[in-house]
Design a protein around this ligand. Structure first.
Ligand SMILES: Cc1ncc(COP(=O)(O)O)c(C=O)c1O
Length: 390
């Protein structure tokens, strides 16, 4: 017997079909570039309009804006299972990392282990600390991945911190964060996770991972706009660290305007600096809400299914896939080799398929709004133009 319409359960597929209508660009294009910038949702667009309207109506509603920031801080804290006091709101991942890097004196422990899978900004910021006494130990990936042992071999009694990209922006490789963090802690070192290429696509619990620092921006899988990044700092570390990169928003009482006393905020706010990007606070709040409404487990399962299908399809075309087949070691980003990645991305763009490239790899990034049908179109287009790729 068929369910009466009102009793009929709505499937995830039907929900996604509905939500896809809220991303206007999906009517015109196939979008596989969320690793660079998430798609604009109409609710996110309305959020920015709400900010503009408020500004227009009230002129300078600082109290409303500052409350909205606290709402965002609380929302984000719950999203990664941390406490609100452990979250700083920065302008970019770079500014958040700089604030942390500026907190160390590089005296008793001064070694930093840096892998080539890190996003360049991470490498530049830690390399700059050489001017302040840091010693950099570099490690390099082999066959697009790095084994935890490569980190273990470099860790010493002098290791201060290990920046770890959770998922590599150029090949989609997911590092063994938990294992490396456990080993680092046994040796008195800290880990700093860059989760920009994964947050919003699977459940991330910073407490379970036991990491010391975690950073992510809002522009990609969180569906927000540029101008906002989040920094998590483990509670036990906060008051031990005194960032030199600072400003009035890092003070205990910024609105006291007291220039005779310097007092850091007791919370992670001490890693902030100046007036936040209020418009991005509005967009990011809405972006995270959308992710939560669909459900992070649903998103993660969907992306796993899509990426498995895509990898199999690429292999059937005899394309060399850089991203690991093992579902535990990959996330939303699938990368394959092309003789000219630039030309391949251009050819796909001419067919209304948006991708991107880094080095020799073409990046196909998946979010909940992508479908199997879209992957089929991508695979057919690649097959038709295979001579330009291999
Ligand atoms: C993994 C990763 N980390 C850091 C960044 C840089 O972030 P920001 O420009 O906010 O400093 C990016 C940007 O694409 C990234 O992909």
């Amino acid at each position: 017997m068929e369910d009466k319409p009102e009793n009929k359960k709505i499937t995830l597929e039907e929900t996604i079909e509905e939500i896809r209508k809220d991303f206007p660009l999906l009517k015109e294009k196939i979008y596989f570039n969320s690793c660079s910038c998430g798609l604009l949702n109409i609710r996110v667009k309305s959020a920015i309009q709400e900010y503009i309207e408020l500004w227009n109506r009230k002129g300078s509603p600082w109290d409303i804006w500052l409350n909205k920031i606290e709402d965002l801080r609380a929302l984000f804290a719950r999203f990664i299972y941390s406490e609100k006091e452990e979250i700083a709101i920065s302008f970019s991942a770079s500014s958040a990392i700089n604030a942390v890097a500026s907190s160390f004196n590089y005296k008793s422990r001064n070694e930093i282990i840096l892998s080539d899978l890190e996003f360049p900004t991470v490498i530049y910021i830690w390399l700059a600390q050489k001017n302040r006494g840091a010693i950099i130990k570099r490690i390099y990936s082999k066959e697009y991945k790095i084994e935890p042992e490569q980190f273990y071999n470099k860790i010493s009694n002098n290791t201060l911190i290990i920046p770890l990209t959770y998922l590599c922006y150029k090949n989609g490789y997911k590092l063994e964060i938990e294992e490396i963090t456990e080993y680092a802690h046994k040796n008195g070192a800290l880990t700093f996770i860059d989760g920009y290429q994964i947050l919003g696509t699977e459940d991330i619990n910073v407490k379970k991972l036991d990491v010391d620092f975690f950073v992510s921006g809002s522009l990609k899988y969180l569906l927000g706009s540029s101008g906002i990044a989040f920094l998590y700092v483990k509670k036990e570390l906060i008051e031990k660290l005194k960032p030199i990169y600072t400003g009035w928003f890092a003070q205990k009482k910024p609105f006291a305007f007291d220039t005779e006393n310097f007092e850091y905020a007791p919370s992670a706010k001490r890693f902030e600096s100046g007036t936040p990007s209020f418009s991005s606070v509005y967009t990011t709040f809405e972006g995270i809400k959308i992710i939560q409404e669909i459900g992070i487990e649903n998103i993660s399962n969907r992306i796993k299914a899509l990426s498995s299908y895509l990898i199999e399809g690429l292999q059937n075309l005899n394309l060399k896939v850089y991203t690991p087949e093992n579902p535990k070691r990959r996330g939303p980003l699938v990368v394959f080799e092309a003789k000219s990645p630039e030309k391949t991305v251009k050819m796909l763009e001419e067919n209304n398929i948006i991708t991107s490239f880094r080095g020799k790899g073409v990046r196909v990034s998946l979010h909940f709004y992508n479908t199997i049908d879209e992957i089929d179109i991508l695979l057919r287009t690649l097959k038709k133009n295979i001579s330009c790729i291999i």
